[in-house]
Design a protein around this ligand. Structure first.
Ligand SMILES: Nc1nc2c(c(=O)[nH]1)N[C@H]1C(S)=C(S)[C@@H](COP(=O)(O)OP(=O)(O)OC[C@H]3O[C@@H](n4cnc5c(N)ncnc54)[C@H](O)[C@@H]3O)O[C@H]1N2
Ligand code: MOO
Length: 399
């Protein structure tokens, strides 16, 4: 097996994938989707100058010399609530009763909040003097028509959704979700809900991959169980390639008598991108391109499959969705406790980053998943790393 580095494996896969097509979704369904193009406001927010207070719209000129001991009395000529408009204008000596959110009437240039008046209905006494524009929100206070509210490649968050709603956007151009198919191979696998037979196990890989693909906002087109029969595996790959953008397989990539995937993919005429990564676990991982679709063949051991899934699939999804966000963030962190060195191959370890330090869990064997519960990162432990002391720096990938 000719192994390559993880980075080379990532690069070979990235080279063969493209961004998925775009689609329009209803605004209220656009949360967490990735924008396929820039989105511009159709209208300003607010679209008109409006009152920030319940009170009286007046001319600042009319109340210039006013104080509590020297109030002025204005004639109330109309009332306007949010959502209404008045056709009256405020002239000298006049006021219009106004509620928060209502359009400032013509002639008025400020709003006296009602607490600074006698609440008069036909005549109102004003007790304060205000400058122009006081208690008025200008049109476009939040944004103007034509302003950009979302950029291509950005993920829609709730602030963006609210801004797009205010800006009059009702359908949003987003990348369609990446369609992923999972094929789990192995005669030993049994579906849940059936009593376990001798020599058999339940399917952990399908569960992990399904969970993560959904968390990563993919559409799962297939979740297949297939034994170790070459014809059935071949048929499963062919079927998945019809709909999916990317296919994941688990098991059957090593050197055992039933490790059939390499042969099957070659027979299908797939281009083998690599077979073997210089990494533990996950060494026998293979990737190929079949019918224009990347096929990532993970090893069967659940932690091998899960770790390599994260390291290969996340950058792939970033490219396929055109996301500006880095999916697989690598950063330096302090290790919380002493940890033995690594004399063998480069290793990946599951761990929990509490924001201050990284706790490497027990149970790092390639079949152990329970100790991964609640973890949030993988530690990159290069070959030849010496024994680590608490506080030493390591590199982690945040998941
Ligand atoms: N002679 C050698 N034997 C093995 C080598 C080797 O270099 N020489 N490598 C070992 C390593 S490391 C790994 S990893 C595995 C990889 O084997 P495969 O990818 O072909 O996987 P399988 O043999 O099908 O399964 C391995 C292991 O995982 C269990 N498994 C498989 N699928 C699932 C699933 N969906 N859910 C839960 N568990 C699963 C399976 O029962 C095996 O125990 O090869 C080593 N052998
Ligand atoms: O390389 Mo295996 O993939 O250790 O788990």
């Amino acid at each position: 097996m000719q192994t390559i580095t993880l980075e080379e494996a990532q690069a070979r896969l990235l080279e063969v994938v493209h961004c998925v097509m775009s689609e329009k979704v209803e605004l209220l369904r656009s949360i967490d989707r990735i924008l396929a193009e820039d989105v511009y406001a159709h209208v300003s927010q607010p679209p008109f100058e409006r009152s920030a207070m319940d009170g009286y719209a007046v001319r600042s000129e009319d109340i210039r010399t006013v104080s509590r001991s020297n109030p002025v009395c204005l004639k109330v000529i109309d009332r306007v609530c949010a959502g209404e408009v008045t056709d009256k204008s405020v002239h000298a000596g006049e006021a219009i009763r106004i509620m928060t959110g209502a359009m400032i009437p013509e002639g008025a240039d400020c709003v006296v909040k009602q607490e600074d008046t006698d609440y008069g209905q036909e005549q109102v006494k004003i007790y304060v003097s205000l400058a122009q524009k006081m208690n008025c929100c200008p049109a476009g206070e939040d944004f103007h028509q034509g302003d950009c509210l979302g950029w291509e490649g950005e993920k829609v968050d709730a602030y963006m959704m609210a801004s797009m709603a205010s800006g009059g956007i009702d359908s949003v151009p987003v990348r369609r979700k990446v369609r992923a198919a999972v094929i789990t191979t192995g005669e030993e696998l049994m579906p849940h809900g059936q009593p376990l037979l001798p020599g058999k196990i339940y399917n952990a890989n399908l569960a992990y991959l399904t969970g993560r693909l959904l968390q990563l906002d993919c559409n799962l087109t297939e979740g297949i169980f297939v034994g170790d029969d070459a014809d059935k595996i071949t048929a499963a790959v062919e079927k998945c390639a019809e709909e999916a953008d990317v296919i994941l397989t688990t098991g059957g990539v090593s050197v055992g008598v039933k490790d059939l995937l390499p042969e099957i993919m070659k027979k299908l005429g797939a281009d083998i991108l690599f077979h073997g990564i210089d990494l533990k676990p996950g060494m026998p991982t293979m990737a190929s391109l079949y019918a224009g679709k990347p096929v990532i063949s993970l090893s069967g051991n659940p932690f091998s499959a899960s770790a390599v899934f994260e390291l290969l699939m996340q950058p792939l999804l970033q490219k396929m969705t055109g996301s500006q966000q880095t999916f697989l963030v690598k950063k330096e962190a302090d290790i919380a406790y002493d940890y033995p060195g690594n004399k063998g191959n480069r290793r990946v370890l599951k761990a929990y980053d509490d924001g201050h330090a990284v706790h490497i869990t027990k149970g790092q064997h390639n079949a152990q998943m329970r100790q991964g519960i609640g973890t949030n990162c993988l530690v990159d432990m290069p070959a030849g790393t010496g024994p680590l002391k608490a506080g030493d720096k390591v590199h982690i990938w945040r998941l």
